[in-house]
Design a protein around this ligand. Structure first.
Ligand code: ADP
Ligand code: GLC
Length: 489
């Protein structure tokens, strides 16, 4: 089974959120399970030079976009036992960030999607499945439909995974028609047309053989108008081809037992002393009072509405006044939320530290140092931060939506089961009540808290089970069976 992941992000080369983590780790697990999984992504300027130095130039071709022929260089890198292909074009990929939020993004990912298919004969790799991710690669299944006359592409199947339905790649229909250069046939309302615009994600969802999303609950939610972002009726129509497969994380990258970024490594057995050392180090580094007994709550997130920051904004004053915890925030995003946290760190310097930046290293330190992790999302396709937190024995406080509902088992005070705290409605009082419930256990039943931290660390969210589900999905559409490797039996 040969699978090519087409993606706009892949850790450690480029990551702005969870998509980067997923494509940075799932292919590796698939490879361990006898699937020839490879990855193709843009050669962005921001990819660290050390990786660029290791890349091998394969060849170049030219791709028709609107009235122009665009250069398309092809590079290859073998890294971490997996093969990565990079598409080079300075005109499109020379921005400082992968997404520039300017008009070019549309054309740039149409170019990338067309390149993904066009370079394959030159590379000499003919995948059985192209696994697309989000709107940036939505055009791939559409282009594939137009490439079918060529025998090379005849048996190729495609899958698209929706990591976030809110972002759809929606632009003026004429611009998209022009850039894609395919016939008007593709631009009716049962295909790419969407409220007089064209929608790249919708194109992918119509033409892919299967549509997946990253948790069971989100797969159900998006078939309703409330979560469906205008595409719920299409999702209902394709319900038989819609699979929810929950994300995993790499326990090579996220593991307190071997994390090189943190002050003190720890195991479930040593979680209490390990966390104390990491907490003290972080408090020192961030200038918070060094108080081992104060509950430390972490937030590592894109600062957007999706993540529930309006609930936090509403209750932050009360939470700081209450003086029952310290809070550390790491994130960038919408200005109103960046300023909110800047303001509170100025007003309550002994309670809140705001790190308005993107730092992988700091994220590791926060996951390790905190007692709890706050993530009251309005919607959450899967969420990885809460899964990472659990591995570090940091108990998540979440709203029961999407993947948060599927991955965080709430503490049951009668049975002692669970490893987190959750609330149902998108309501600031419920969130605050939930934080206070967590505080109550933390301050009044420490042995129970430590036990919950151990239970969180024992919960298994590695890729093992979910990778098997992707393999059955690939088998479903290709008819190819994958033999299990002996060591995996
Ligand atoms: P989303 O993909 O919606 O942003 P996820 O929870 O799936 O949310 O994944 C977020 C990923 O991005 C996690 O690995 C998290 O640690 C990381 N992350 C988010 N913001 C930052 C930041 N400011 N610095 C470092 N890592 C961050
Ligand atoms: C998206 C979602 C997040 C998910 C990630 C990886 O960015 O917002 O919930 O975990 O993709 O699938």
């Amino acid at each position: 089974m040969k699978v090519l992941f087409a993606t706009s992000e892949c850790a450690p080369f480029v990551k702005t959120g969870g998509l980067g983590d997923v494509v940075g780790s799932l292919p590796q697990t698939l490879r361990e399970k006898n699937v020839d999984a490879r990855v193709i992504l843009p050669l962005y300027k921001s990819i660290p030079q050390k990786f660029k130095d290791e890349m091998r130039y394969i060849d170049n071709i030219y791709i028709d976009i609107a009235w122009r022929k665009q250069y398309c260089g092809i590079f290859e890198l073998e890294y971490n036992n997996c093969i990565y292909y990079f598409i080079d074009n300075k005109f499109y990929f020379d921005g400082d960030k992968p997404y520039d939020h300017i008009h070019l993004d549309c054309e740039k990912f149409i170019f990338f999607s067309k390149a993904v298919l066009s370079v394959l004969p030159t590379i000499g790799f003919c995948p059985d499945v192209i696994h697309c991710n989000d709107w940036q690669t939505g055009p791939v299944p559409v282009f594939l439909d137009t490439f079918r006359d060529n025998p090379f592409y005849q048996n190729m199947r495609s899958v698209i995974t929706i990591h976030n339905l809110k972002f759809q790649g929606r632009w003026d229909i004429n611009g998209i028609k022009d850039a894609m250069g395919i016939s008007d046939y593709y631009f009716t309302d049962d295909k790419l047309e969407f409220y007089n615009d064209a929608n790249l994600l919708k194109g992918g969802m119509v033409y892919a053989d299967k549509v997946t999303t990253v948790s069971d609950t989100y797969a159900q939610e998006i078939t309703t108008p409330y979560f469906g972002e205008g595409l719920d009726s299409l999702l209902r129509a394709r319900q038989n081809d819609l699979w929810g497969i929950v994300n995993g994380i790499s326990y090579e990258d996220w593991n307190p037992q071997k994390d090189e970024f943190i002050e003190k490594k720890y195991t479930p057995r040593t979680v209490k002393s390990g966390k104390a050392a990491n907490k003290a180090a972080l408090q020192r580094e961030l200038g918070l009072p060094e108080d081992p007994d104060k509950m430390l709550i972490g937030i590592v997130s894109r600062l957007t509405d999706q993540k529930g920051f309006d609930l936090i904004a509403y209750k932050l004053e009360e939470l700081c006044q209450n003086n029952g915890c310290q809070i550390v925030v790491l994130g960038t995003g919408e200005e109103q939320y960046e300023n909110l946290f800047r303001h509170y760190s100025w007003k309550y310097p002994d309670i809140l530290s705001a790190q308005i930046t993107y730092s992988n290293e700091m994220s590791h330190k926060i996951y390790a140092a905190c007692d709890a992790f706050l993530m009251p999302s309005a919607f959450e396709p899967c969420g990885l931060s809460q899964i990472i937190s659990m591995k570090y024995g940091t108990l998540p406080i979440v709203r029961e939506t999407g993947g948060l509902k599927d991955t965080v088992k709430p503490y049951n005070q009668y049975t002692g089961e669970g490893y987190g705290f959750s609330f149902a409605n998108y309501n600031a009082d419920e969130m605050l009540g939930c934080i206070y419930t967590a505080m109550d256990v933390y301050y009044n039943n420490k042995p129970q808290w430590i036990q919950l931290a151990r239970q969180a660390m024992a919960a298994d969210y590695s890729w093992d089970v979910s990778a098997d589900k992707y393999i059955s999905l690939y088998s479903d559409i290709t008819g190819i069976k994958v033999e299990k490797r002996k060591e995996n039996k």
